[in-house]
Design a protein around this ligand. Structure first.
Ligand code: NAD
Length: 262
């Protein structure tokens, strides 16, 4: 987005937390670039020491930004991050939740073989974490705010290889609707963006992912896959006052793939 874009300055003065950047291919990074270009001040998280250097390098493009170690399963770590943000910024206007994980066997084996423990891990990291994050962030949004999460069409249809993650995304989208009801009275909106297939670190854990990219490009009305920048601009819209009437929704940014018959 150029400095002359009508969107530049749209989010000036707003402060946002981005959870889910692993590297420059991450959808969360595409969102961060769009939000930043529109003037939002950003803080980021990384998932443990293993990810720290990579995420630090990625976000360094944006200068000196607050960076927190956060495993979304760790409530104490989450609480201390929000305490620190409250001290630093006093408030928060936006949170992006762009996090998902399922153990390898659950993604590789037929769905019927999913172990109870693997099912629970997928639900915990990919769906419950949105509830925990929203609950912890809401007190920092006394004048309202916006929360966005990332989902995928495998929540609605049985997409080959998406398995336990499809079930977790169905749960995530339902969480968005119930959270929207609880947060609405506080002026906080929450929405999901259902992105089309994008080649990222997490996507490589999905069997037949390259086939999925190819089929999407062939079948979608726009005859292509989407870029994380396009997801980012929708995220910008949902973070901004352009979308004040929208909450509890799942918005598709998938070149129209979801409206076609298989
Ligand atoms: N890539 C796609 O095709 C696609 C399509 C639709 C939706 N999505 C969703 O977008 C989101 C981002 O994924 P991505 O494709 O950008 O991949 P990515 O690998 O770049 O991002 C996934 C992020 O989840 C984080 N994460 C996993 N477990 C975590 C934990 N316990 N605590 C904290 N962070 C944790 C990882 O560190 C990583 O930053 C996910 O929810 C994914 O399901 C991806």
């Amino acid at each position: 987005m150029s400095e002359n874009s009508p969107l530049a300055g749209l989010l000036a003065g707003k402060k946002g937390l981005i959870v889910g950047v692993a590297n420059q291919n991450s959808i969360a990074w595409g969102c961060a670039l769009a939000l930043r270009a529109a003037g939002m001040e950003l803080a980021f998280t990384y998932q443990g020491e293993v990810m720290r250097d990579r995420v630090t390098r990625t976000v360094s493009d944006l200068g000196d930004v607050p960076l927190y170690d956060l495993d979304v399963r760790d409530d104490a770590q989450m609480a201390s991050m929000f305490d620190d943000l409250r001290e630093k910024w006093g408030r928060l206007d936006f949170v992006l939740h762009s996090v998902a994980f399922a153990p390898k066997p659950a993604m590789a084996n037929p769905f019927i073989e999913t172990a109870r423990e693997d099912f629970l891990v997928a639900q915990d990291i990919s769906a419950y974490s949105l509830v925990a994050l929203s609950r912890a962030a809401a007190p920092l949004m006394p004048e309202g705010g916006s929360i966005v999460t990332m989902t995928y069409y495998g929540s609605q249809k049985a997409v080959p290889g998406y398995n336990v993650m499809g079930v977790a995304k169905a749960s995530l989208e339902a969480c968005v609707r119930y959270l929207a009801v609880d947060l609405g009275q506080r002026g906080i909106r929450i929405n999901a963006v259902s992105a089309g297939a994008i080649n990222t670190l997490a996507a490589r854990g999905v069997a037949h992912f390259r086939d999925l990219m190819r089929i999407t490009a062939e079948r979608s009305p726009l005859k292509r896959t989407v870029e994380s920048e396009e997801v980012g601009r929708t995220c910008l819209f949902l973070a901004s006052d352009l979308s004040t009437g929208i909450t509890g929704e799942t918005m598709y940014v998938d070149a129209g793939f979801n409206i076609t018959a298989g």
